[in-house]
Design a protein around this ligand. Structure first.
Ligand code: DC
Length: 233
């Protein structure tokens, strides 16, 4: 198979693998494993939107107040360390991963000035020897020169099942049809917004994972990246 078209001809000097796709597609798990395998840094950009939303809710800022949110985002005291997230010196991992933060993140993510305020923070994660970045606009806006761009998705039903199983395993209450409805709503909002919408661009490789497990998706991305290295050398 020839995957050459998914490699950017003028790539950034430090390699970037951009993995975009909808909620609950498994892209976070896949991206973290690809990063680990290659010894690259990992950026979970969704967590940045989520922690910003959490900070806004805690500060009593309305999720529609674009100026106040952009101001908040440009002064965020956030650290990502050893898989933990710190906001104002406090560990906030569980709150950040909650459905409430995810929904609030999806709302504020539609605001252009807020997205602009988070741009440089996200780009700051790009360091040698390389970066795997996951989100919605990694390959289109944040790292347009990414070495390899992947659009990782699965059907809404499969994604809802995955999220349902995850919640059940954590011993949390979950309702499959409610999860499916929330996912479809979130997809619609993330895809319909005018700025950096969720969409598969022509230069991204489509990885449909409805019938792939995590290990198979990781293997495929590593094979694509190694093919790039082989062709580039
Ligand atoms: O990937 P996630 O579910 O943790 O992301 C939470 C929300 O943040 C998602 O609904 C849309 C938004 N988001 C975004 O707009 N751009 C990104 N690069 C990452 C996330």
């Amino acid at each position: 198979m020839n995957h050459t078209s998914h490699f950017t001809p003028h790539t950034s000097p430090v390699p970037v693998i951009a993995i975009d796709g909808p909620s609950a597609s498994g892209k976070g798990t896949v991206a973290a494993l690809v990063a680990k395998e290659l010894g690259f840094h990992y950026l979970d950009s969704g967590a940045i939107y989520r922690v910003t939303a959490l900070a806004a809710m805690r500060a009593g800022i309305s999720l529609d107040d674009e100026d106040a949110l952009a101001q908040l985002a440009s002064h965020l005291d956030v650290r990502f360390e050893h898989g933990e997230i710190w906001l104002n010196g406090e560990k906030v991992g569980d709150d950040v991963r909650s459905e409430a933060s995810g929904n609030a993140a999806s709302r504020i993510a539609a605001l252009p000035r807020l997205r602009q305020a988070l741009l440089e923070f996200q780009r700051g994660f790009l360091k040698t020897p390389g970066l795997v970045a996951d989100g919605r606009d990694m390959g289109s806006v944040v790292f347009p020169d990414a070495t390899l761009k992947i659009f990782l998705t699965a059907s809404a039903e499969v994604r809802a099942e995955r999220r349902y199983k995850q919640l059940m395993e954590k011993g949390m209450h979950a309702n499959l049809s409610q999860i499916l409805q929330d996912l479809q709503q979130r997809d619609a909002r993330d895809s319909a917004r005018s700025v950096a919408p969720l969409q598969k661009f022509a230069d991204a490789y489509l990885l449909e994972t409805s019938s792939l497990n995590i290990a198979e998706a990781v293997t495929e991305i590593l094979a694509l990246y190694r093919e790039y290295i082989r062709q580039a050398s």
